[in-house]
Design a protein around this ligand. Structure first.
Ligand code: NI
Length: 243
């Protein structure tokens, strides 16, 4: 088993406190991180929002999104598919180098809701191992493909807890995979966002030029509305710090 780094453990203490706050579990932080907990949005984070990009890396879109994020001084979270990490390791290293957060989004992007425990475990572990080999960091966020939790992933005895991951879903989605209109993606996101939102977007899984354009538009707009665009771990940390 791969142990989290000391830096990850410190970050997780913050996450655990934020989760306890978010779930009303009381004032005292739990003794250990609540692995396997489901995070859809984060209350108490003020005017902070987390943009998340799934299914990549996929070029040229991921690099184009990274350029926009760098230009605008914004951080985001990328939920990576193992097969694509293998294809684009340099892009994965750039994501980490530029201060963004990464999460595991399975090896092959099959739904884990209807496969055996062992198949699901292998989808998660294989991706963790490769991400760690490429970046030096083992991810502690997991987003199941299609958001499908099934009966095995969540809870204290679930697979995510056993593999020491938080389950990160989302509170805002605009079906960017079913439209090619950047206006629909940007306007739909802006309309639905509120403080603490986690926004689902896709940089992989198909042609995503419209997501690149939408990201440029909505990032600027949300900043003008006073939103800070941060990573999911930062969102949890902010909520914890304000508790
Ligand atoms: Ni996905």
């Amino acid at each position: 088993m791969i142990q989290p780094t000391r830096a990850q453990m410190a970050q997780l203490a913050l996450l655990a406190a934020a989760l306890a706050s978010a779930t009303g579990a009381g004032a005292a932080p739990p003794r250990r991180p609540e692995w396997g907990a489901i995070v859809r949005r984060v209350s108490g984070a003020g005017r902070a929002v987390a943009l998340t990009f799934d299914d990549g890396p996929r070029e040229p879109y991921t690099s184009q999104i990274l350029d926009i994020l760098a230009d605008q001084g914004i951080k985001a979270t990328f939920f990576l598919v193992g097969e694509n990490v293998r294809r684009y390791p340099e892009v994965v290293r750039r994501i980490v180098r530029e201060g963004h957060a990464i999460g595991n989004h399975s090896w092959s992007h099959r739904s884990l809701a209807s496969v055996s425990w062992e198949v699901a475990r292998r989808e998660i572990e294989r991706t963790d191992v490769l991400i760690r080999a490429v970046t030096g960091r083992r991810p502690f966020l997991f987003r199941p493909p299609y958001g499908a939790l099934g009966s095995q992933l969540a809870g204290p005895d679930g697979l995510a807890a056993r593999e020491r991951h938080l389950l990160v879903l989302w509170s805002v989605e605009v079906a960017d995979w079913s439209t090619r209109s950047p206006l629909r993606v940007a306007a739909g996101t802006i309309r639905r966002v509120s403080p603490g939102s986690i926004v689902l977007l896709h940089d992989g899984g198909g042609p995503r030029g419209h997501v690149v354009t939408a990201t440029r538009w909505m990032a600027g707009h949300l900043a003008r509305e006073g939103y800070r665009l941060v990573t999911v771990p930062e969102l949890l940390g902010i909520a914890s710090a304000r508790r």
